[in-house]
Design a protein around this ligand. Structure first.
Ligand SMILES: [Zn+2]
Length: 231
């Protein structure tokens, strides 16, 4: 898929039909570039970076992870630069990394989601590493002319959720935060969804980048979330 330009300084790599690759976001600063989410595998990282190269954009200095899910993190070993995760995400990645490349890990992951076999046909290809930088709470990065605000937030999708707000571009990258709990039959915790909805309302953003669909106008997303809260 081709890299798409969302605003002056924000780009994203859309999902690819037939694959579980998540949307990858990219912020172009004058000094540093930030990617949001590493992707499912080295193959996705390579696809993303070849798009950046073709567009004349530098490869990321930083890659922020929205949550631990394999499709967002297992490409981490193949990235350039430094990865940033919240402590809860990194604790999970660190535990998985102890079994990196083993059949035991592949079997565990296949028990969670058989679809992983499509991306990882054999154990040696499954390399898991933790992020080099950890945060708790919030971290602001001056990328040069544009700021990235990384912050932990409550979400119905996972306990470890980090979003990235780019105030100058009025963009909020949410990853899968608005989704239900995949490992609990998609259970939607409405208290957590309300908390996340209020967080989105509190930010001056125009567009929200989501994990597995096209970016949405903030108002359209908020009205969809309000409908879910009422249902
Ligand atoms: Zn997820």
């Amino acid at each position: 898929m081709q890299l798409r330009k969302l605003t002056d300084k924000v780009y994203y790599l859309p999902t690819v039909p037939g694959r579980d690759w998540p949307v990858l976001a990219y912020v172009r600063g004058e000094r540093f570039a930030l990617a949001v989410d590493a992707g499912y595998s080295k193959q996705q990282v390579d696809s993303f970076y070849s798009e950046l190269d073709a567009a004349g954009l530098k490869r990321p200095d930083f890659t922020a992870l929205t949550h631990w899910h394999y499709d967002h993190c297992f490409g981490l070993h193949a990235i350039d630069g430094l990865a940033i995760a919240c402590e809860d995400t990194n604790a999970i990645l660190r535990a998985l990394s102890l079994k990196s490349g083993t059949q035991e890990l592949l079997d565990e992951m296949l028990a969670l989601d058989p679809g992983i076999a499509n991306e990882y046909p054999d154990a040696p290809s499954l390399t898991v590493v933790p992020a080099g930088l950890e945060l708790r709470g919030e971290l602001r990065i001056d990328l040069g002319g544009v700021t990235a605000q990384l912050f932990e937030t409550e979400s119905p999708h996972t306990k470890d959720t980090m979003c990235v707000y780019i105030p100058e571009e009025r963009v909020l990258v949410l990853g899968d935060a608005t989704g239900g709990d995949y490992f609990n039959n998609g259970y939607m915790d409405k208290a957590k969804l309300l908390s996340l909805t209020e967080t989105i309302e509190s930010l001056d953003c125009a567009v929200c980048v989501l994990g597995h669909e096209e970016p949405m106008e903030r108002d359209a997303l908020l009205s969809a979330l309000r409908d879910m809260l009422k249902a």
